[in-house]
Design a protein. Structure first.
Length: 282
């Protein structure tokens, strides 16, 4: 045991002496510089391997942070894009609505009757019952039997009125009957709704009646429901079936039945109110 301690002490002294000699030689002589350079080069891989875990950890942290930042930026850009798309759609809708409003105002200048702009707020989902609700009621002067038009022509008439809303039956409803006349020949007939928004039918028109495809039909004013002279529709087809007394004539309405939400309530110079129940049966 004593000899082992002595051996370790001897080794320590020798290494210390060697270190002192190398330090003195390095300080006073330059020939060890080349040795240090080569030793430094040889130790470079060791330094690189020792530092590799730290560098890999740093790169991984940066990659995770970069991915998280990209995900966050992507989500933010998607949200902003959605907001911008919403604004574009809203602007397009407002532009279209302004165009329709301008058309309504321009059309109201062409008639003598007083008109008020109203908005369609709901529609009956039944495909054959073409009933809509307007945001105007008795407080606005609306009355049963009042005619409704848009910028292009006749749309329908009020059948029921409440304080702040009114129910309107469109001319395409199967219960609708509108007195019309040909703008070309002044021949009169009754137009009936078929439940199809693009098609009406003229009832009980003799084969000898002068109707042609493309003829413009207007409201005749008979029955005092619709003011005379409003565009109603154009003749779509005329058929004369053998053995039938009457012609089959289909009409396409000129009003935009399924488009737009703004309409005009037409006030006659003398209101023909049917009764005080605020309900009208056409």
């Amino acid at each position: 045991m004593f000899s082992r301690r002595r051996s370790l002490a001897t080794q320590f002294l020798l290494l210390t002496l060697l270190s002192l000699i190398l330090m003195v030689a390095d300080h006073n002589f330059s020939y060890l510089n080349h040795v240090k350079v080569w030793l430094s080069v040889a130790a470079t891989p060791i330094y690189w391997l020792a530092d590799a875990p730290f560098r890999i950890s740093g790169l991984a942290s940066k990659a995770v942070a970069s991915h998280s930042q990209l995900v966050e930026d992507n989500a933010r850009l998607k949200a902003r894009n959605l907001i911008l798309e919403h604004k574009v759609q809203k602007m397009a809708s407002m532009t279209a609505q302004n165009i329709r409003l301008k058309e309504l105002l321009n059309s109201s200048e062409l008639v003598d009757e007083e008109v008020v702009i109203a908005e369609i707020i709901s529609a009956n989902p039944d495909p054959f019952s073409h009933i809509v609700m307007l945001n105007k009621g008795s407080v606005d002067g609306v009355f049963p039997g009042q005619a409704i038009v848009d910028a292009h022509g006749v749309m329908g008439q009020v059948i029921k009125v409440t304080l702040v809303a009114s129910k309107v039956m469109l001319i395409t409803d199967t219960s609708s009957r509108v007195p019309i006349q040909s703008n070309r020949t002044a021949y009169r007939a009754i137009a009936a709704g078929t439940g199809n928004s693009d098609q009406l039918e003229l009832l009980h028109v003799p084969k000898t009646a002068d109707f042609k495809e493309g003829d413009l039909l207007t409201s005749s004013g008979l029955g005092q429901r619709y003011p005379a002279g409003y565009p109603f529709g154009t003749v779509k087809s005329v058929k004369h079936e053998p053995g039938q007394l009457f012609a089959t004539i289909f009409v396409q309405p000129v009003a935009e039945m399924n488009r737009g939400r703004l309409v005009l309530l037409v006030f006659r110079k003398e209101k023909d109110v049917v009764n005080d129940s605020k309900e009208f049966v056409p």
